[in-house]
Design a protein around this ligand. Structure first.
Ligand code: FAD
Length: 393
């Protein structure tokens, strides 16, 4: 064969990378390790929480990847030996590689939020990995009485999809406005300012009046601990006992990246931005949420673009050619109500050790007619169809 590449993680980064590798060179032996037979997408999962969409619309399988000649191993990767260039899986099997790609997404930095562990997440769901948690949060909202309070605890950056917590607050407000109009959304935020803030705040005023209250970092909004037994959220300023507590904890690279030695003290993985090769471990590339992408927000569009660029670099490296400098594009759509959307598009290029945003980006205007918001909501739905077909279909 022309070389063996093992990809760990069949999400937006890993699946896109595996496909791009095989398409670039059919002689490559490409193996994708992913424990779940069905991938559940985070993008559009806020619609599921708000009852606007069913979870089935979020589910994607790996049949197409298998048909294209990718070996899909339905196991979790458990250890990496960079010297032997091998990976082991839960069933005890060992796979060797010339190049290893890690796209394990995020894990929660539980030490950074005392009181929040797996058991606590059953009472105070994060819903920051889609699936059972998404449905749990939805059921809690459905069970809540009118007049109740839904708190959303938001961590500092870097974290997965910076605008998504505010999209969630918006869509929960939409659900409440329709079904429980006396209820409130309380945002407890570890940040003072956030992505597309003016667009969100304009939309909240227009659509939800005083339903959403936000306490930022300077007002003591950062969550410092939780107590799941009493459903209490402790912030720098005071204690809250909301009826529904959506606690999104601080994050770091998926655990396997730490096991592989690819994560640094920040919890994320430093990379060479041209090849996505780890700065810490040779022959291992890290893409998606797990890598330190500099100016690139952690999103599915970014993970997919990184997966493809990484595949191109690996094909060149294995053939003894110099890798080309990538230029990545990403677009992030937000939906704050049915038929009301906006977007943020960016272009990114390597600059030194990181990616920097370069010209050509665009954010939706703050003052715009509803027709534009409606058009962007349609574009968001089309974006989802396109990226999921590109990744899995
Ligand atoms: P993932 O897609 O999470 O994939 C990681 C995969 O690795 C998983 O399938 C996991 O099972 C697997 N894995 C982990 N550990 C192992 C192991 N040891 N062995 C084998 N496999 C392993 N992005 C957008 O662009 N647009 C949006 O509108 C958007 N909306 C979002 C809304 C919400 C509520 C959230 C939470 C996120 C949203 N995102 C959005 C962000 C997007 O989901 C992530 O940025 C994207 O999924 C990152 O891709 P990834 O490949 O790094 O990780």
């Amino acid at each position: 064969s022309a070389g063996r590449v093992v990809v760990v993680g069949g999400g937006f980064g890993g699946a896109a990378c595996a496909r791009a590798l095989k398409r670039a060179n059919a002689k490559l032996q490409v193996t994708l390790i992913e424990p779940n037979k069905v991938f559940i997408s985070c993008p559009f999962s806020n619609e599921v929480i708000a009852g606007l969409r069913e979870i089935e619309a979020q589910q994607f399988g790996y049949d197409k990847l298998v048909a294209e000649g990718i070996t899909v191993v339905a196991q979790a990767a458990t250890t990496v030996d960079p010297e032997r260039r091998s990976v082991t899986t839960t069933d005890g099997a060992t796979l060797t590689y010339d190049r290893l790609v890690l796209s394990p997404g995020i894990d929660f930095h539980v030490e950074a939020l005392p009181g929040y562990d797996e058991a606590a997440s059953e009472k105070m769901p994060h819903a920051w990995k889609a699936g059972a948690q998404t449905l749990l949060l939805r059921r809690q909202l459905e069970a809540m009485e009118d007049g109740g309070t839904v708190a959303i605890a938001i961590p500092a950056n870097p974290s997965r999809c910076p605008p998504a917590p505010y999209e969630r607050a918006s869509l929960i407000a939409h659900y409440l406005k329709t079904k429980k109009p006396r209820a409130k959304v309380l945002i407890l935020d570890a940040k003072d300012s956030f992505s597309q803030q003016r667009l969100f705040e304009r939309a909240w005023k227009e659509l939800y009046g005083n339903m959403i209250e936000r306490i930022g970092l300077s007002q003591g909004g950062r969550v410092t601990s939780v107590d799941a037994s009493t459903k209490t959220i402790v912030t720098e300023f005071g204690n809250y006992t909301p009826d529904v507590a959506n606690v999104i904890p601080p994050q770091r690279a998926g655990h396997l990246a730490q096991i592989a030695g690819a994560a640094d003290a920040t919890g994320w993985c430093p990379i060479d931005p041209v090849t996505f090769e780890s700065k810490l471990v040779p022959n291992i590339h890290v893409i998606g949420d797990a890598c330190l992408g500099g100016g690139i927000p952690k999103s599915a569009s970014a993970a997919s673009a990184q997966g493809k660029a990484c595949a191109a670099a690996i094909v060149n490296l294995l053939a003894g050619r110099a890798p080309e400098t990538p230029r990545l594009t990403g677009v992030c759509y937000t939906t704050v109500a049915p038929g009301y959307g906006f977007s943020l598009a960016g272009n990114y290029q390597p600059r030194g050790d990181i990616y920097a945003e370069v010209e050509g980006g665009a954010t939706s205007p703050v003052d715009a007619p509803r027709e534009l918001r409606a058009r962007e909501a349609d574009e968001a739905a089309r974006w989802f169809q396109t990226i999921t077909a590109d990744t899995f279909g």
